[in-house]
Write a protein that binds this ligand. Structure first.
Ligand SMILES: NC(=O)c1ccc[n+]([C@@H]2O[C@H](COP(=O)([O-])OP(=O)(O)OC[C@H]3O[C@@H](n4cnc5c(N)ncnc54)[C@H](OP(=O)(O)O)[C@@H]3O)[C@@H](O)[C@H]2O)c1
Length: 273
């Protein structure tokens, strides 16, 4: 479990064997964007803790990494975590520091759309709370734990990348919980970005539109538009998101992509649809 390490904290460090020694936590790493980002980072020499509620999907991600380029046995840690539970988040970051020695990146990615298509007046409070607990409270808890570690460690600093959404800018119909939490993430990003300056903690956000994952499977079959019509929408390959996150992650800490918007080129978003 001990990854090869250097003390460089300003861009990927290089070990004697030529591998990067940087350490990342990726939440929601058992599927979709989280899995793709974890594999992208591992393939470029990072050590990555994979977090999510389902151990079996985390282990599938680890198996894919083991079969991939430059695989290192000691580079992956699977930690079953419900990001909405403070005790799980504390345990996750403790295990990461015990295993890898420090933390250079949190990709704050775990999220849920919640019950799609339910009008606001019919949305059960429990459903609202589940989305808030996952998308906002979970992201806060992970960011807080990462911030504490990055502030205290030597060399000081690190990077947090929050996974927002196009829904951090504009809603889809009947998506009040998802849209509200994704707008709130923008506030989380800005506040952490300001508060992180004294400690070399860089905080940015990626706002994605229509990457092909489980969450967007219905985009291609037909999804409700603002004008009341159902329409299928284009999607993009999730690996294009992963490459963007890696670029953001590997900048020196003196540089930060504050907000990146990555869209399926022809999706209805720009130009009022
Ligand atoms: N795909 C897109 O086009 C798109 C666009 C905008 C934003 N996003 C954002 O991207 C992120 C990932 O979405 P995705 O498209 O990759 O969908 P996905 O495959 O459904 O991924 C969601 C991930 O979050 C994890 N998760 C959910 N609740 C959790 C909890 N309480 N604790 C820990 N992990 C939890 C899930 O794993 P477990 O069920 O095992 O916990 C799953 O791996 C989300 O934040 C989403 O809002 C996606």
């Amino acid at each position: 479990m001990n990854a090869e390490r250097t003390d460089a904290s300003n861009g990927p460090g290089t070990t004697p064997s030529g591998a990067s020694s940087k350490v990342a936590v990726v939440t929601g790493a058992g599927s979709g964007i989280g899995r793709s980002v974890a594999l992208e980072l591992l393939a470029s020499g990072w050590s990555v803790a994979l977090a999510g509620r389902r151990t079996e999907t985390l282990e599938e991600t680890a198996a894919l990494a083991a079969a991939g380029p430059g695989a290192r046995d000691d580079a992956v840690l699977c930690v079953r975590t419900d990001v909405s539970r403070p005790e799980d988040v504390t345990a996750l970051f403790s295990r990461v520091v015990a295993g890898f020695g420090r933390l250079d990146l949190l990709f704050n990615n775990a999220g849920t759309f919640g019950p799609g298509g339910v009008p606001v007046e019919e949305l059960p409070y429990d459903a609202w709370r589940h989305v808030v607990d996952t998308n906002l409270n979970g992201a806060f808890l992970c960011a807080q734990a990462a911030f504490r570690q990055m502030k205290e460690q030597d060399p000081q600093g690190g990077r947090i990348i929050n996974n927002g959404s196009i829904s951090a800018h504009a809603p889809r119909p009947n998506s009040v919980a998802y849209t509200a939490t994704k707008h709130a993430l923008t506030g989380l990003t800005k506040s952490l970005s300001l508060d992180g300056r004294p400690y070399r903690i860089a905080v940015g956000q990626i706002d994605i539109g229509n990457a092909a994952t489980d969450m967007t499977a219905r985009m291609q079959s037909g999804i409700l538009q603002a004008n009341g019509q159902l329409a299928s929408e284009p999607v993009m390959d999730v690996t294009d998101v992963a490459r963007t996150v890696r670029h953001m992650a590997e900048l020196p800490l003196e540089a930060n992509v504050q907000f990146a918007t990555v869209l399926a080129t022809n999706m209805p978003y720009v130009g009022r649809g």
